[in-house]
Design a protein around this ligand. Structure first.
Ligand code: FPP
Length: 254
């Protein structure tokens, strides 16, 4: 796990989440509402991602996980899938140094096998190149699905011949793609859709969710600030009921 530098004072009056995760939804509709092709929406979404990374650093967020491409997204029209792959490759080719200069450590969750070997090698190089950075961990969910991740973990637990008695939630955590990354405190899905869509289904068990009614390219720093403010007002109880001391009879919480 990276050793983070001291948090910059973000000036926030609220507790800042350590880890936020974002489903960057609505690129297609953003484009269509402007009479543009869907890929123009993905390009605008990429521009916005750059701004949000900067904002996360300013707010003192340590981990940002983004849903870039799901295991189900291969079912989109060929032209859109190819266009998205071009965008991802373009970002690695042209923005890696900028990310490095910003102190961003890139991580990947999902499957890299069965990808084009040239592309896969570029991804592996980018992960290695930024691995010593510690200002912000940018965890990119690419070819990722939450159920696929759990299936993968079960397969490896069985391959490792782990004694069933030793299988605990902590052990499962170590077999997930996110091993070593704390669970997301806050998950944001833009565009007004109210679904989880197979994103961080294990890790998000106690995450707070936030659904801003704007498309991803319009989710700007001020929108992020509103999300953080809302998060700061939430009471996280993890299934417990906080009772006044004298009412606690058996000392147990459920
Ligand atoms: C969802 O919008 C968005 C995606 C499936 C792709 C997200 C990718 C980017 C923002 C590109 C930048 C990412 C990286 C890592 C460089 P949608 O197409 O489902 O929108 P719709 O629901 O309006 O159709």
């Amino acid at each position: 796990m990276p050793v983070f530098p001291e948090r910059q004072d973000s000036g926030s009056a609220f507790p800042i989440p350590t880890h936020i995760a974002i489903i960057m939804d609505g690129n297609g509709r953003w484009a269509l509402s402007r009479g543009l092709p869907r890929l123009a929406g993905h390009r605008a979404g990429t521009e916005n991602l750059r701004r949000i990374i900067e904002a996360c650093i300013e707010f003192g967020i340590r981990y940002l996980t983004i849903y870039a491409f799901s295991t189900e997204n291969w079912g989109r029209p060929k032209e859109e899938v190819e266009g998205l792959m071009e965008i991802f490759e373009d970002v690695i080719d042209h923005e890696l140094q900028e990310l490095q200069d910003q102190g961003v450590q890139l991580r990947h969750i999902g499957r890299l096998d069965r990808l084009d070997p040239v592309f896969r090698n570029k991804v592996l190089h980018a992960l290695q190149y930024t691995s010593d950075n510690s200002r912000l961990v940018l965890n990119v969910a690419f070819n990722y699905g939450g159920r696929d991740e759990i299936v993968n973990a079960i397969q490896r637990i069985i391959q490792d011949k782990i004694d069933p008695q030793e299988i605990t939630a902590e052990l499962v955590n170590r077999y997930l793609f996110t091993a070593g990354v704390p669970d997301p405190d806050l998950i944001i899905r833009t565009s007004g859709e109210l679904r989880g869509s197979n994103f961080l289904i294990w890790q998000g068990a106690y995450s707070e969710w936030y659904f801003p009614p704007v498309y991803w390219p319009d989710f700007d720093k001020e929108q992020l600030r509103l999300a953080l403010e809302e998060y700061g007002h939430r009471e996280r109880r993890y299934g417990r009921v906080d009772q006044p001391r004298e009412e606690q009879v058996d000392g147990h919480a459920h």
